[in-house]
Design a protein around this ligand. Structure first.
Ligand code: PMP
Ligand code: GLN
Length: 380
């Protein structure tokens, strides 16, 4: 958590968003949409405030939302989840990740993540006192090597933390990889924690929750959030589903992190989870067109681009443009081109040359903004 000078440092997202703001650059760094989500969802939050849902909600989350989460898992994935004992509403996926890691690990346990990894994973593993181990996701496909995975999981591995679709690379784990993860978790008695916040943002393939695989459900904590699906990242309504005993341990931690959160937003996200299939299909379709637009813009500007299969982000290699260091480029990019991005080095530990020239651009923005950004980058 500390920088080289021993001081607490802001997250890379906060740093780059502040830089975008101070320079007037287009912010393709932090991943948040620049348009509101479905009107029904926004209206439901206003209504909930008018109806007086303004005090502490129940510890597990409001029943209407817990039922909506269970219905969603059944409707999309055929998963049966008990809304009274197997669902916990959290302050975003971020709190679900934090409470899960703190609840399930002891100092000395290992938590395995893939690398690059979402920044909060490393921070929370550090705070818990567990040991962080990793398996690399390498360009251009950002898929784990199965032999690397077999070697990395041992009897010391308490949690295998997966994130598919993946931030920052947009890769999606195939069924064979998911099967191997379940097999290794069973063999070494590890818990699988799966961060599925981009579950509705796949371009072409179907999301496979690892909990649907044989042997997985009883050892899996599935985490998601309303932020990405309903363009409500500021509401911080997330959740997890897991077997009752695991939920109980996580609640024991959550109650002292935030106790409860977001009363009027909970019934609103419940409305969102019940929207018709067409909403979810259109969401991915619209985002795919945005991906294509920015991907073409980055390629035209001289970056080497691999098209992500899902999510909000494109990883672009700046080496062909003559920039060996993505972090230096990101610090200069707002003044050079009027665009902000984040370096992949912020999602890996230490200096790793293979990731050094990679930069992440968010495409969850209006078409006109992406066109403007592409035109600016063309000047590089
Ligand atoms: N996990 C991943 C992989 C993310 O990308 C994000 C945020 N973009 C989160 C968790 C945090 O989600 P929330 O905003 O719901 O806390
Ligand atoms: N998850 C978003 C991203 O990856 C931002 C979240 C944050 O700022 N912590 O850009």
């Amino acid at each position: 958590l500390l920088g080289a000078d021993g001081q607490l440092r802001p997250t890379i997202f906060a740093e780059m968003s502040a830089l975008a703001l101070s320079t007037g650059a287009i912010n393709l760094g932090q991943g948040f949409p620049d348009e509101d989500g479905p009107a029904e969802v926004l209206e439901a939050a206003r209504q909930a405030i008018s109806d007086g849902f303004n005090q502490y909600p129940p510890g597990l989350g409001m029943p209407v939302l817990r039922h909506a989460i269970a219905d969603h898992q059944r409707r999309f994935y055929g998963l049966e989840v008990d809304p009274d004992t197997e669902v916990l509403v959290t302050a975003g996926a971020t709190e679900a990740i934090a409470a899960t890691i703190l609840a399930l690990t002891e100092p000395g346990d290992e938590v395995l993540t893939f690398e690059p990894f979402y920044d909060s994973y490393g921070a929370m593993i550090g705070l818990s006192g567990a040991t962080h181990t990793t398996v690399a996701l390498r360009a251009p496909n950002f898929q784990p090597d199965h032999d690397d995975l077999r070697k990395a999981v041992t009897d010391r591995t308490r949690i295998i933390l997966i994130n598919s679709p993946h931030n920052p690379t947009g890769s999606v784990f195939d069924r064979a990889t998911l099967h191997l993860i379940v097999e290794l978790a069973e063999r070494h008695n590890a818990i699988i924690v799966t961060d599925e916040v981009y579950e509705h943002l796949l371009f072409g393939s179907q999301h496979i929750p690892i909990a649907t695989l044989p042997g997985a459900r009883e050892r899996t904590v599935t985490i998601s959030s309303g932020g990405k699906t309903f363009n409500t990242t500021g509401w911080k309504i997330g959740w997890l589903t897991a077997p009752p005993e695991i939920v109980k341990s996580i609640v024991a931690v959550k109650q002292f992190l935030t106790f409860v959160n977001g009363a009027p937003f909970q019934p609103a996200i419940a409305v969102g989870l019940g929207l018709p299939d067409s909403f979810f299909t259109n969401l991915a379709g619209t985002l795919q067109r945005k991906r294509d637009l920015l991907s073409a813009g980055l390629a035209a500007a001289g970056f080497t681009v691999t098209n992500p299969q899902a999510g909000y982000f494109i990883v672009a290699d700046a080496a062909a443009l003559g920039y060996a260091n993505g972090a230096d480029l990101c610090r200069a990019l707002p003044s050079l081109a009027g665009v902000a991005a984040v370096p992949i080095s912020a999602f890996v530990r230490g200096d790793q040359p293979e990731f050094a020239s990679l930069v992440r651009f968010a495409f969850c923005k209006k078409q006109s903004v992406l066109e403007d950004a592409s035109a600016r980058l063309a000047a590089l």
